[in-house]
Ligand binder design. Structure first.
Ligand code: GLY
Length: 353
């Protein structure tokens, strides 16, 4: 088991990562309030009751649709009803939605109570449970209302991955490959892996991704100096397509976004063909062929709302070379033209194959 420490100005977060972490570290003294979703609760009710004996449990509906102010208010009301004290602890036990909304509730209730994140999906284990971003969607914009609120502990145990559908594993692999494009060590492990789905490999690489993220958050907790922005590699186009097309998982869209943004980087001479191809091989090993889209300009138009943008330019973080990414700033027109061009190249390739 690995112990990763993330120190910020406001909090020391300890991330316990590996098999047995839940059993060893999930017992919490004092008042505990558990937030989970109905999927996780139906699978782990016995474990939750045994571990957090007597704790109030708020079960929300699984899925992104729950990430709103109404569910947040319901969680806060349940905290009041349960008599949670300022010295109490909110345990966010679930995937990214549970982590984000329970984290926000913990930051608001009595101006902040203790928070422990116990991520149960690969995606939330490698990314969203670490670093203190909390949020709900608002006015149809993802994560528009939120806070930075560091958990005291993050317990990352592969135990929960045993019940995770393959699609969810692929979703997490999307973020893992993103880390591969940012970190040389992770890239090399991905390149030499025989099977990306192997549980031992996943346990090891998860700790590496968390280590990378902990370092980035230490130097740029509040996303101000550009370091944390790199964690959005592939996300400008990925998010835009996710908003427009839906259906696939977040991680799959991150991989599709990375593919498109690699095309842009190559076209601008910022990424060598050989390196780009090695990232594309990783992407296609997880999601298969990159889909060809209709309406691609309309979908890409959603990138205009990306929080990374500045000065009316679209900001894209793309792989550059091993362990390095590059921020590319494009006018909306150039960005849309390049996305449409990439889609056209893909279309031609499929039609001729
Ligand atoms: N998931 C990106 C970040 O935490 O900054």
């Amino acid at each position: 088991m690995k112990e990763i420490v993330l120190n910020t100005n406001t909090q020391k977060s300890v991330i316990y990562c590996g098999s047995g972490a839940f059993e060893k570290y999930a017992h919490i003294d004092g008042g505990v309030f558990v937030v989970t979703d109905d999927n996780v609760y139906s699978l782990y009710r016995g474990l939750i009751e045994k571990t957090f004996n007597g704790a109030a449990v708020k079960v929300i509906r699984a899925g992104e649709k729950s990430k709103n102010i109404k569910t947040l208010t319901a969680i806060l009301q349940s905290m009041v009803n349960a008599g949670l004290k300022r010295s109490g602890t909110v345990v966010a036990l679930g995937g990214g939605v549970v982590g984000d909304i329970a984290g926000l509730a913990a930051s608001l209730y009595m101006r902040g109570v203790h928070l422990v994140q116990i991520p149960t999906t690969l995606l939330s284990q490698v990314d969203s449970s670490v670093g203190g971003k909390t949020a709900v969607d608002f006015n149809k914009v993802k994560n528009l209302v939120g806070s930075f609120y560091q958990p005291e502990k993050v317990i990352v145990d592969p135990l929960f991955l045993k019940t995770l559908p393959d699609r969810e594993i692929n979703c997490g692999l999307g973020e893992i490959i993103k880390y591969g494009a940012l970190d040389k060590g992770i890239y090399q492990k991905l390149q030499s892996a025989d099977d990306l789905n192997n549980p031992e490999f996943l346990e090891d690489i998860t700790a590496d991704c968390i280590q990378h993220k902990a370092h980035v958050v230490t130097v740029d907790e509040h996303d101000l100096n550009g370091a944390r922005k790199t964690l959005n590699l592939g996300h400008t186009t990925g998010h835009a397509f996710e908003l427009y097309y839906g259906k696939k998982s977040h991680g799959e869209f991150v991989l599709i976004g990375t593919y498109y943004e690699l095309y842009i980087a190559k076209k601008l001479g910022l990424c060598e063909d050989g390196y780009a191809d090695s990232i594309i091989n990783l992407i296609t090993s997880v999601i298969g062929a990159i889909p060809v889209y209709g309406d691609v300009r309309k979908a890409a138009q959603f990138a205009v709302y990306d929080k990374k943008n500045n000065d009316d330019k679209i900001s894209v973080i793309a792989p550059k070379c091993e362990g390095e990414s590059v921020e590319i700033k494009l006018t909306v027109k150039d960005y849309l033209d390049l996305i449409a061009e990439c889609n056209g190249v893909l279309k031609e390739k499929y039609e001729n194959s």
